[in-house]
Write a new protein. Sequence first.
Length: 117
Amino acid sequence: QVQLVESGGGLVQAGGSLRLSCAASGRTIASVDMGWFRQAPGKEREFVAAIRRSGSYIHYGNSVKGRFTISRDNAKNTVYLQMNSLKPEDTAVYYCAATVVAAYDFWGQGTQVTVSP
Protein backbone atom coordinates (compact mmCIF):
# COMPACT_ATOMS: atom_id res chain seq x y z
CA GLN A 1 0.00 0.00 0.00
CA VAL A 2 1.12 3.53 -0.69
CA GLN A 3 -0.65 6.84 -0.15
CA LEU A 4 0.05 9.71 -2.54
CA VAL A 5 -0.71 13.38 -1.95
CA GLU A 6 -0.21 15.96 -4.69
CA SER A 7 0.37 19.65 -4.03
CA GLY A 8 1.61 22.74 -5.81
CA GLY A 9 -1.23 23.35 -8.21
CA GLY A 10 -2.80 26.75 -8.71
CA LEU A 11 -3.56 29.55 -11.13
CA VAL A 12 -0.78 30.86 -13.34
CA GLN A 13 -0.58 32.99 -16.47
CA ALA A 14 0.48 31.53 -19.78
CA GLY A 15 4.26 31.33 -19.98
CA GLY A 16 4.59 30.88 -16.25
CA SER A 17 5.84 27.95 -14.19
CA LEU A 18 4.64 25.68 -11.44
CA ARG A 19 6.22 22.80 -9.56
CA LEU A 20 4.00 19.97 -8.47
CA SER A 21 4.95 17.64 -5.65
CA CYS A 22 3.74 14.14 -4.91
CA ALA A 23 4.49 13.02 -1.36
CA ALA A 24 4.27 9.31 -0.71
CA SER A 25 3.70 7.45 2.53
CA GLY A 26 3.21 3.83 3.47
CA ARG A 27 6.26 2.60 1.62
CA THR A 28 9.40 3.97 0.10
CA ILE A 29 9.06 5.11 -3.50
CA ALA A 30 12.64 4.07 -4.17
CA SER A 31 11.24 0.66 -5.09
CA VAL A 32 8.43 1.80 -7.40
CA ASP A 33 8.01 3.45 -10.77
CA MET A 34 6.15 6.77 -10.63
CA GLY A 35 4.17 8.78 -13.13
CA TRP A 36 2.17 11.95 -13.65
CA PHE A 37 -1.10 12.12 -15.55
CA ARG A 38 -3.64 14.85 -16.16
CA GLN A 39 -7.30 15.13 -17.03
CA ALA A 40 -9.03 18.19 -18.41
CA PRO A 41 -12.83 18.63 -18.25
CA GLY A 42 -14.54 16.55 -20.90
CA LYS A 43 -11.31 14.88 -21.96
CA GLU A 44 -9.71 11.53 -21.32
CA ARG A 45 -6.88 11.11 -18.89
CA GLU A 46 -3.54 11.89 -20.54
CA PHE A 47 -0.08 10.59 -19.75
CA VAL A 48 2.34 13.37 -18.80
CA ALA A 49 5.59 11.85 -17.55
CA ALA A 50 7.09 8.79 -15.92
CA ILE A 51 10.26 7.96 -14.06
CA ARG A 52 11.58 4.51 -13.26
CA ARG A 53 12.45 3.51 -9.70
CA SER A 54 16.15 3.92 -10.44
CA GLY A 55 15.60 7.26 -12.14
CA SER A 56 17.53 5.94 -15.12
CA TYR A 57 14.59 6.01 -17.51
CA ILE A 58 12.33 9.02 -18.00
CA HIS A 59 9.55 9.38 -20.53
CA TYR A 60 7.30 12.32 -21.45
CA GLY A 61 4.08 12.76 -23.32
CA ASN A 62 4.47 14.54 -26.63
CA SER A 63 2.48 17.58 -25.54
CA VAL A 64 4.85 18.40 -22.66
CA LYS A 65 8.27 17.41 -24.03
CA GLY A 66 10.81 20.16 -23.60
CA ARG A 67 8.64 22.06 -21.11
CA PHE A 68 8.05 19.68 -18.19
CA THR A 69 10.62 17.83 -16.09
CA ILE A 70 9.93 14.90 -13.78
CA SER A 71 12.29 14.12 -10.93
CA ARG A 72 12.34 12.18 -7.71
CA ASP A 73 13.93 12.58 -4.30
CA ASN A 74 13.86 9.16 -2.72
CA ALA A 75 15.20 10.53 0.55
CA LYS A 76 12.11 12.73 0.81
CA ASN A 77 9.86 10.05 -0.68
CA THR A 78 8.63 12.65 -3.14
CA VAL A 79 8.27 12.98 -6.90
CA TYR A 80 8.16 16.36 -8.62
CA LEU A 81 6.88 17.77 -11.88
CA GLN A 82 8.47 21.05 -12.91
CA MET A 83 6.23 22.73 -15.47
CA ASN A 84 7.62 25.63 -17.51
CA SER A 85 6.24 27.65 -20.41
CA LEU A 86 2.73 26.74 -19.38
CA LYS A 87 -0.08 27.04 -21.91
CA PRO A 88 -3.85 27.33 -21.41
CA GLU A 89 -4.17 23.81 -22.82
CA ASP A 90 -2.16 22.54 -19.85
CA THR A 91 -5.16 23.33 -17.64
CA ALA A 92 -6.23 20.10 -15.95
CA VAL A 93 -6.27 18.13 -12.74
CA TYR A 94 -2.84 16.57 -12.34
CA TYR A 95 -2.45 13.18 -10.68
CA CYS A 96 0.56 11.23 -9.59
CA ALA A 97 0.51 7.45 -9.63
CA ALA A 98 2.69 4.61 -8.43
CA THR A 99 3.29 1.17 -9.85
CA VAL A 100 3.44 -1.12 -6.82
CA VAL A 101 2.09 -4.44 -8.05
CA ALA A 102 0.37 -3.58 -11.34
CA ALA A 103 0.89 -0.62 -13.63
CA TYR A 104 -0.15 2.57 -11.82
CA ASP A 105 -2.28 0.80 -9.26
CA PHE A 106 -2.11 3.61 -6.70
CA TRP A 107 -3.23 7.20 -7.34
CA GLY A 108 -3.33 10.50 -5.52
CA GLN A 109 -6.38 12.74 -5.26
CA GLY A 110 -5.10 15.24 -7.81
CA THR A 111 -4.23 18.92 -7.81
CA GLN A 112 -5.80 21.55 -10.07
CA VAL A 113 -3.62 23.51 -12.48
CA THR A 114 -5.24 26.43 -14.29
CA VAL A 115 -3.36 28.44 -16.91
CA SER A 116 -4.93 31.72 -17.96
CA PRO A 117 -4.32 33.21 -21.43
